[in-house]
Ligand binder design. Structure first.
Ligand code: PHE
Length: 344
């Protein structure tokens, strides 16, 4: 058996010398080193030898295997170089071919809208203030005049964490309290900020509602801020974002942290108010909730509500984006489908 092995070894080396291309290389490897290759089979037959012969034979098979593997690797590299050289020689490289286009990334449609919104508020003197996505129950509810067990909590279906009292913010309004605390300097300084960010709600996902979405909160606190300031400011913002021809409508509403509270509608961007599926044939589109900051909330922010007042609003950038582009289904926003995203 040893003789046979040596003969196979010699033959393998001999044949390898004549291997010129990768197809032949593969075939050679299959024949000698593959699962059913001659050397592999020889190694496997060691057990059939008389016990005293096994050690020597086994050692020799291993050496041969290593030698052949090394020789194979060397040949493989030589063949590769050879094939490359031939390709360069034979195939002409056409330097006049146009280059392949580089795939460029783009901004997410929500990001584009968020930036437009932030730019408009910046022109009107509102700075961006960031507050955390993970909030406490206190900031998200209690300090906003929504005590534990208050029925108004049902307005926001909440994702709770496993830590009691810690949740994902259901709106950007908790940032109002944080901004008042940090920028208000104990109720002595005016505040004028917007707070953009992701909000989370434990809801059935559908064409009209997602479990996550952006909001842009706005807050102005000062002396002598009145409802007319709120209406004028929102109207100016809408003029700059949607154009001067669009009409606005303020509807009375309810939020625990504002008094009075309103919702703001704008002429449907798609149909201009005539009525279409996107506005559900009302001609109007709701773009924001807003109101005068509730005295309790001002107090929780460190202000004396007999001297200070303010307004707040919450805008929905995805809604606005859907309107601007006629997007009928909010689920596209976070589905990461490039066919959707590449359109913006
Ligand atoms: N936080 C409210 C919501 O998510 C919107 C809002 C913000 C209303 C600020 C009034 C003032 O529904």
């Amino acid at each position: 058996m040893l003789e046979e092995l040596e003969a196979t070894y010699a033959q393998a080396l001999d044949e390898l010398k004549d291997v010129r291309d990768s197809a032949a290389l593969k075939e050679w490897e299959r024949r000698y080193l593959g699962k059913k290759g001659a050397i592999t089979l020889a190694a496997r037959s060691t057990g059939q030898l008389p016990p005293e012969a096994r050690a020597d034979f086994g050692k020799r098979v291993n050496t041969i295997k290593n030698e052949l593997s090394a020789a194979f690797a060397e040949r493989e590299e030589a063949v590769r170089q050879h094939e490359l050289a031939r390709m360069l020689e034979e195939g002409e490289i056409d330097v006049t071919l146009p280059g392949r286009p580089v795939a460029l990334g783009g901004l997410h449609p929500s990001t584009q809208t968020l930036r437009r919104i932030a730019a408009i508020w910046a022109e009107m003197g509102f700075q961006v203030y960031s507050s955390p996505d993970v909030e406490t129950d206190d900031y998200n509810f209690t300090l906003l005049n929504i005590p534990p067990h208050h029925p108004a909590r049902d307005m926001w279906d909440t994702f709770h964490t496993t830590t009691p009292g810690v949740l994902l913010r259901t709106h950007t309004s908790p940032g109002q309290i944080r901004a008042m605390h940090e920028l208000g300097a104990g109720g002595t300084q005016p505040v004028r900020v917007i707070l953009p960010g992701m909000c989370y709600r434990y809801e059935q996902i559908s064409a009209r509602s997602e479990i996550q979405f952006n909001q842009v909160e706005g807050l102005a606190v000062g002396r002598n801020i009145r409802l007319t300031d709120l209406k004028g400011t929102i109207a100016e913002f809408a003029r700059r974002l949607f154009g001067p021809e669009k009409r606005l409508r303020f509807r009375g509403s309810y939020f625990p942290f504002t008094e009075p509270s309103m919702e703001v509608d704008v002429d449907c961007i798609l149909c201009g108010g005539k009525g279409c599926p996107v506005c559900k044939y009302t001609g109007w589109l709701e773009i924001a909730g807003c109101g005068m900051v509730h005295p309790v909330v001002l107090e929780n922010g460190g202000y004396d509500p007999t001297e200070w007042s303010g307004f707040a609003f919450g805008l929905g950038p995805e809604r606005i984006t859907m309107q601007m582009h006629g997007i009928q289904d909010i689920r596209y926003f976070w589905a990461n489908d490039l066919r959707f995203l590449e359109q913006f």
